[in-house]
Design a binder for this molecule. Structure first.
Ligand code: KDO
Length: 337
């Protein structure tokens, strides 16, 4: 006669036996049940917002071993710059970094974050997007774009970078300069506001454009000027500091819905770890960049930043973009401390 104790033990053994059979049949099924997270970004491997994806992957490998298949595609090798949101909507991509400019195409009020001289510095940026303004805006993004921003990465403060040295004090001094901008009307408007002749070009073509002279310059944060080696083919950096730029680590709602709540929480934690890694390293590098470029033989000059601020802000406030900014939003952003 088996005592209840033995029968429990036996049941346990049977269960273990069944588990062994199941495990041996599992590998293929298990591999299929991994959550696929395809990432696409135009970032070059040496840039912090490329390296942060390895932090993201490592975080998930640690918190949820074997549950995710994270595939990192750099250099726009999977999707062209700017094509990511559409790819996510079609279900061909799960994760990317989207810019305020990408968002503003579909959520017009987001254009407030494409305007120069609005976000003051990285700390202000984090407070704005991690506070009530970010919560409200991200909710609209999730509804209108079917994509959810998970964390805000600091891309850096954008500066003007020229092939030939020029005396630049005010926007008028940039007249006629063919400054490369990413290819959307929101980006081109930022160029117009700066006083240049904006020339659309994908990020991956900028180095060659600078080398051959099809463009006179480009604008990007200093860590990117270094990582993408633009300093090799330019002679000057003008510290206009016109845009404290953001990239939002974003997931498609479809991918998010396919996960368990625990997995969603781990993905959010991984995105936070990735952006924190990017932000810390980028801020540190940005502080040392001027010295680096001087050592490389570039001239680094400071214009009349107040003149740039006034011209750029006037251009935005008089534009159609400002017409759709919700009443009081600008004041709330300015008042965020
Ligand atoms: C660029 O094309 O200048 C830009 O800085 C725009 C950003 O929104 C982002 O796409 C970035 O390029 C890429 O990630 C490459 O660094």
């Amino acid at each position: 006669m088996t005592t209840p104790r033995t029968s429990t033990a036996r049941r346990g053994l049977l269960a273990a036996g069944a588990a062994t059979v199941l495990t041996s049949a599992l590998p293929a099924a298990f591999a299929q049940s991994k959550v696929l997270l395809r990432i696409s970004t135009p970032a070059v491997p040496d840039d912090w917002h490329a390296k942060m994806w390895t932090v993201f992957k490592d975080s998930l490998d640690k918190s949820a071993p074997g549950e995710f298949d994270v595939q990192i595609n750099l250099n726009a090798s999977l999707f062209k710059q700017g094509a990511e949101p559409a790819a996510m909507a079609r279900g061909n991509l799960e994760l990317t970094t989207i810019s305020a400019f990408d968002i503003a195409k579909l959520v017009p009020e987001f254009s407030v974050f494409t305007a120069g001289y609005i976000v003051r510095d990285p700390a202000h940026q984090q407070k704005v997007f991690n506070g009530p303004i970010g919560t409200d805006m991200f909710k609209t993004v999730a509804e209108k774009m079917d994509i959810t921003p998970l964390a805000t990465a600091y891309l850096g403060t954008r500066q003007v970078n020229l092939r030939e040295v020029r005396n630049v004090k005010t926007p008028a001094d940039l007249k006629g300069v063919k400054l490369r901008m990413p290819g959307s009307k929101e980006w081109l408007f930022l160029g117009e506001a700066l006083g240049v002749t904006p020339t659309p070009l994908a990020f991956g073509e900028v180095y060659l454009g600078l080398k051959t002279g099809t463009i006179d310059g480009q604008d990007n944060p200093l860590p990117t000027v270094r990582a993408a080696k633009f300093y090799e083919v330019t002679k000057q950096i003008v510290l206009t500091s016109h845009l404290v730029d953001s990239l939002f680590i974003a997931i498609s709602n479809k991918a998010s819905a396919s996960m368990t709540p625990a997995q969603r929480q781990k993905v959010k934690a991984a995105a936070d770890a990735a952006s924190a890694y990017n932000n810390d390293n980028r801020i540190k590098e940005e502080a040392q960049s001027v010295d680096y470029f001087k050592q490389q033989g570039l001239q680094v000059t400071t214009p009349d930043v107040e003149a740039f601020r006034k011209t750029v802000q006037t251009a935005y406030l008089n534009s159609d973009y400002a017409k759709v900014w919700p009443k009081g939003l600008l004041e709330r952003i300015n008042a965020t401390k």
